[in-house]
Design a binder for this molecule. Structure first.
Ligand code: ATP
Ligand code: MG
Length: 564
C-alpha cells in the first residue's frame, strides 16, 4: 500500500483523555479513533491487526472442533427475562424498543440466544457434544469506560459455548478450550497467566481467567515464583504451615487500653508488632453471628468465609450488633468469653500464636499474653484470610508473588443454569428429557489487541510481534524529489510485493524526520530506507525491535528479508 493515500492519521500530540500507553499510541499512530465514550473506529492499520488476531483465534478455535456461527446483536427481551438477567444486568445492558414498543437488548453476551438456539435445534444426545463460537461486537454500558479499547462500551469478543450430556464431556471440552486459549495468547507473544478465578454469581464451578501481566491491570494475581500456579488473590488458598512457637505462655492479663482501637494503635500501646495481635471481626452468616479471628497483620477474605459456611449471604455485623452480642464495639472485640451460640472461626495462622493480644469484649480493654485454646475455645481453624506475598505457594512449589493483570480471556463451566432457566432440553441416552450441561468461553478481542501494545512499546511507539504486525515491511523514501531514489523505491516496492511481502510504502512528500517518527510510531518490524546511497543501489535496513541497522544492496534485499 502507498502511504500517501492510506488513512493513517498520525498525531504529534498525545490526546488528553488517553492516560495509558496502548490508548495513547493506538490513537497517535492512527490505528483507532473515538466516536463516543467507549466506542471506537478501527482505521486500516487497526483493522489489519484485528484481522490477524481474529485469524489466530479462528484457527485455534477450529482446531478444537468448534463451529463458527453468527448470532444477532439485537435480542428480544423475553430471552433475558427468562434467564433473569433482564433484571440482574441492570444498567450495563443496553436496551431499546422497536416501532411496536417491543423491548430488545443489544447483546452483552450470548448465553440466552445460544441456549435458545441449540435448545430448539438439537433434540438428541447423538448430536452432542457441540461447541459453537462467533466473533462479534458486544455492548455493555460500562460504568467507567476507560483505557481506550481495554474497557469499551462496544467491543469485540470471541464467545464460544459448549453443550453436553455429561460433566465428563464438559471437562474435556473445557480442557481443550483452555489449551486453545493458551495457544492464542502465546501466538500473540503475550506474557500471561491462566489464573484460577472466582465463579461468583454466575453459579458455575471451575473457571479460569487469562491475565496479561501489566501494571495497569485492574486485577491482582497471586502466582508462584517457581511453578505455573496462579490464582486471583481472592481465590488462592493459604496452607497451614506454621509451627507453634516455643515461647513459654505467660499468665493472661487484662489491660486498660484507652483510645487504642485499631490494630496498629493497640500494638503501639502494648509495645508489640502487628503479628503479635489478634484481630476479631464479627460477621453475620445467613442468620447467625460468627466471630472470625486472624493474626493482626492479616485480612479476612469473605469469599473464603462464605464458602466455608456454604452460606447464601454474609455481611459484617453492625457495631450495635456486636455490642448486643458480646458487649463491646468494634475496637475491643475478642474471642475470650463469647456466648456459646457464637462460633469462633480462627485462621490457621492464629493457631501457633503464644502470648498474643486481643480485645476483651469490654470497651477500652484488651487482653495480653493470650494463647489460643488455653484462653479461648476455637470452634474451627480454617483458611479465612487473603494470601500475601511471601506465603508458600498453595501447590507446594515456590513462594507467592503478586502481579497486576488485564483479563483477556475467560473459560467457565456453566453447568445447566441457563438450560434450566430457558427450558432447553434433549433426549439423553436413557431416553429421558435432560437439560444441557454447558460451558462458556470468551476472549476480549479488542482488549487483547490493546494488551499487546501495553507489552510491546517504547518511547517512540509500538512494535508488533510478527504474528500481528499490520505490514511485513515498511519502505521509506527519504526524498520524493530525487528521481534515482523514487525509481529505486518503486523497484523495491514492486519486487517485495511480487515476493508476496505485505508492504507499506511511505511515498509521501514529507520531511525525513516526519517519516521516521511515524514509522517508529506505527511499529512495523522491518524498515527499508531509500536515501543517499540509492545511486549505488544500496538501501538501509533497520529492525524496529532490536534497533539493528545495516546497508544492503537491493539485489540481496529479498533473500535477506526472507531469512528474517
Ligand atoms: P471485566 O471484569 O473486565 O468487566 P467480565 O468479567 O465482565 O470482564 P466476561 O463477561 O467474562 O468479562 O467477557 C469475556 C471477555 O470479554 C473478558 O475476558 C474480557 O477480555 C472482555 N471484555 C469484557 N468487558 C469488556 C469491555 N468493557 N471492553 C473490552 N473487553 C471486555
Ligand atoms: Mg464486566
Amino acid at each position: 500500500m502507498r502511504q500517501s493515500n492510506m488513512l493513517i492519521p498520525t498525531l504529534r500530540e498525545v490526546p488528553k483523555e488517553a492516560d495509558i500507553p496502548s490508548h495513547q499510541l493506538l490513537l497517535k499512530a492512527g490505528y483507532i479513533r473515538k466516536l463516543a465514550s467507549g466506542v471506537y473506529n478501527f482505521l486500516p492499520l487497526g483493522k489489519r491487526v484485528l484481522r490477524k488476531l481474529e485469524t489466530i483465534i479462528r484457527e485455534e478455535m477450529d482446531r478444537t472442533g468448534a463451529q463458527e456461527i453468527q448470532m444477532p446483536t439485537l435480542q428480544p427481551a423475553e430471552l433475558w427475562e427468562a434467564s433473569g438477567r433482564w433484571e440482574t444486568m441492570g444498567l450495563e445492558l443496553m436496551r431499546l424498543n422497536d416501532r411496536h414498543e417491543r423491548k430488545f437488548a443489544l447483546g452483552a453476551t450470548h448465553e440466552e440466544v445460544v441456549t435458545s438456539l441449540i435448545g430448539d435445534e438439537i433434540n438428541s444426545y447423538k448430536k452432542l457434544p457441540l461447541t459453537v463460537y462467533q466473533i462479534q461486537s458486544k455492548f455493555r454500558d460500562e460504568k467507567r469506560p476507560r483505557f481506550g479499547l481495554l474497557r469499551g462500551r462496544e467491543f469485540l469478543m470471541k464467545d464460544a459455548y459448549s453443550f453436553h450430556e455429561t460433566y465428563e464431556s464438559l471437562d474435556e471440552a473445557y480442557n481443550r478450550l483452555f489449551e486453545a486459549y493458551k495457544r492464542v495468547f502465546e501466538r500473540c507473544g503475550l506474557n500471561f497467566r491462566a489464573v484460577i478465578a472466582d465463579s461468583g454469581a454466575m453459579g458455575g464451578k471451575d473457571t479460569h481467567e487469562f491475565m496479561v501481566l501489566s501494571d495497569i491491570g485492574e486485577d491482582t494475581i497471586a502466582y508462584s515464583d517457581q511453578s505455573d500456579y496462579a490464582a486471583n488473590v481472592e481465590m488462592a488458598p493459604v496452607l497451614p504451615t506454621q509451627e507453634k512457637s516455643e515461647t513459654e505462655p505467660k499468665p493472661l492479663e487484662k489491660i486498660e487500653t484507652p483510645n487504642a482501637k485499631t490494630m496498629q494503635e493497640v500494638a503501639d500501646f502494648l509495645g508489640h508488632s502487628l503479628q503479635e495481635g489478634m484481630k476479631a471481626i464479627m460477621f453475620k452468616v445467613d442468620d447467625r453471628f460468627v466471630m472470625v479471628v486472624t493474626r493482626g497483620d492479616h485480612e479476612v477474605n469473605d469469599v473464603k468465609l462464605k464458602n466455608l459456611f456454604d452460606a447464601k449471604f454474609i455481611e459484617l455485623a453492625t457495631e450495635q450488633e456486636t455490642i448486643d452480642v458480646v458487649g463491646a464495639g468494634f475496637g475491643s472485640l475478642g474471642p475470650i468469653n463469647v456466648p456459646e451460640d457464637v462460633e469462633v472461626i480462627a485462621d490457621y495462622a492464629v493457631k501457633p500464636l503464644v502470648n498474643a493480644s486481643c480485645g476483651a469484649n469490654e470497651n477500652g480493654y484488651h487482653y495480653r499474653n493470650v494463647t489460643p485454646e488455653r484462653d479461648f475455645e476455637v470452634t474451627q481453624y480454617a483458611d479465612v484470610r487473603f494470601i500475601e506475598e511471601g506465603d508458600p505457594s498453595p501447590d507446594g512449589h515456590g513462594t507467592i508473588q503478586f502481579a497486576k493483570g488485564i483479563e483477556v480471556g475467560h473459560v467457565f463451566k456453566l453447568g445447566s443454569l441457563y438450560a434450566d432457566k430457558l427450558n432447553a432440553s434433549f433426549l439423553n441416552q436413557e431416553g429421558r428429557a435432560q437439560t444441557y450441561i454447558m460451558g462458556c468461553y470468551g476472549i476480549g478481542v479488542s482488549r487483547t489487541l490493546a494488551s499487546v501494545v501495553e507489552q510491546f512499546h517504547d518511547e517512540q511507539g509500538m512494535f508488533w510481534p510478527d504474528s500481528l504486525v499490520p505490514f511485513d515491511v515498511h519502505i521509506i523514501n527519504l526524498n520524493m524529489k530525487k528521481d534515482e531514489q523514487v525509481d529505486l523505491a518503486e523497484t523495491v516496492y514492486t519486487n517485495l510485493q511480487e515476493q508476496s511481502f505485505d508492504v507499506l510504502y511511505d511515498d509521501r512528500q514529507e520531511r525525513a524526520g516526519v517519516k521516521f517518527n511515524d514509522s517508529d510510531l506505527i511499529g512495523i518490524t522491518h524498515r527499508v530506507t531509500i536515501g543517499k546511497r540509492a545511486n549505488e543501489g544500496y538501501v538501509e535496513y533497520k529492525n524496529r525491535k532490536t534497533g539493528e541497522q545495516q546497508d544492503i544492496h537491493v539485489d540481496e534485499l529479498v533473500s535477506f528479508l526472507k531469512t528474517l
